[in-house]
Design a protein around this ligand. Structure first.
Ligand code: GTP
Ligand code: MG
Length: 245
């Protein structure tokens, strides 16, 4: 069995420097423990710093790394879609470049997959009480409100639609016609899974504060994109129209 870990990178040079210490050893140990092959697909999305050079230098030293590159910055969703199109893995794991979700929790994603065989295992910081203290109150409030609205619209007990930290069966994921170019791709994927009846299992995971580099999130853009997504959910789920922009 092959598992691809897909990581979008945009101006993350300081985090990339940390991978040999905090990411690769953890993943190597997990691959050995579960007796599976794991490779990495990093997508540099037109970074303006040394991200591409540094990840290429690491890839030259390690076997299991594929580096892809966009000439201009196209957004997290565009980067993930490029990654999905370039892997033949059975399972796809998506994760943040800044390791705010702990690499150790990749084993929790796999554990839940092997136990329950769902189409998706999604890490939710809302199931892990107490750990959201590090998040700014305004972001926490907006996130909780948005997630509440998704829960009502989707009529599913999903606690968090936005996290990137997930495992998917590649076959199912590749059937989706994904249109999001930015952060809202994670909400698009989970909404489509739930509307189309694919089974999603949420597990509690820790979410920590970014230690290196700068946040790329733009709250206004996020709110706007999520409202657009909700309109599409209503059209598809309640008016049985095709999902479209
Ligand atoms: N490819 C690509 N990846 C991006 C872009 N913006 C952000 N990312 C990546 O998406 C992930 C999430 O971005 P973050 O800036 O950490 O956003 P966040 O997790 O909501 O916020 P903080 O952790 O508080 O900074 C990281 O892996 C980023 O490198 C982008 O424009 N293109
Ligand atoms: Mg982050």
């Amino acid at each position: 069995m092959l598992v691809s870990i897909i990581v979008p990178l945009y101006n993350e040079e300081d985090n990339v420097d940390n991978y040999e210490l905090e990411l690769f050893p953890v993943v190597d140990e997990i691959a050995e423990r579960y007796n599976i092959s794991i490779n990495f697909v990093f997508i540099d999305d037109g970074s303006k710093d040394q991200t591409l050079e540094r990840i290429n230098a690491i890839a030259a030293r390690r076997e299991n790394i594929l580096v892809l590159h966009h000439d201009t910055n196209r957004g997290m969703g565009a980067a993930l879609k490029t990654g999905f199109a370039h892997t033949d893995a059975d399972l796809i794991i998506t994760m943040d470049a800044d390791l705010t979700f702990r690499p150790e929790d990749i084993s929790a994603l796999l554990e839940a997959y092997f136990r329950e065989r769902p189409e998706c295992v999604s890490g939710s910081p809302y199931l892990q009480s107490g750990l959201m203290k590090e998040v700014a109150p305004i972001r926490l409030f907006l996130s909780k409100t948005v997630n509440f609205m998704y829960r009502m619209l989707l009529r599913q007990p999903i606690t968090c639609v936005s996290p990137i930290f997930r495992l998917y069966r590649a076959e199912t994921l590749k059937k989706l016609d994904l249109e999001s170019e930015n952060f809202e791709i994670n909400a698009e994927i989970i909404s489509k899974y739930l509307i189309f009846g694919y089974r999603v299992v949420e597990i509690p995971v820790e979410l920590h504060k970014r230690r290196y580099g700068e946040s790329k999130i733009n709250i206004r853009r996020e709110v706007r994109n999520n409202l657009k997504m909700m309109r599409k959910i209503v059209r598809t789920k309640y008016f049985h129209q095709p999902w479209r922009s």
